[in-house]
Design a protein around this ligand. Sequence first.
Ligand code: NAG
Length: 131
Amino acid sequence: MRYTKGVSVWPVGLVGGLMVEKPLMDEHGIVKGFNSAWKPERPFPIDMAGFAINLNLFLDRPQAAFSLTVPGGFQESELLHHLVSSVRDLEPLASNCTKVYVWHTRTEPPKLREEIMYRKKGMPSDAGMEI
Ligand SMILES: *[C@@H]1O[C@H](CO)[C@@H](O)[C@H](O)[C@H]1NC(C)=O
């Protein structure tokens, strides 16, 4: 995380109704999207726990802030769209986003509704992951 030049990203366990919500990589190691099941139409469909921002970049962009007027789930996109122009600019960490080091735990059992849907389609969100 400390080597983040702009905005870095990684998989997060137990969030968005999935075992793992994660960046999807292309064959060149560039982020091409996310596997998110909850509001996947968001420009950056990730959780607050899934990214880091270089402090100098953040201080250079005072317009990058949370908003009181965006719909639920859009704070991440509201913040990030001022800092990077597309998901391709995101810097993948956690060994090309193949490992889970961050868990979005709560003091209640995890809700995995979307995971059940993904598994019915034969697409478990943690396939091939080290968790
Ligand atoms: C990430 O993927 C790229 C492209 O496939 C590769 O060149 C690089 O070595 C990988 N990095 C790690 C840490 O696995």
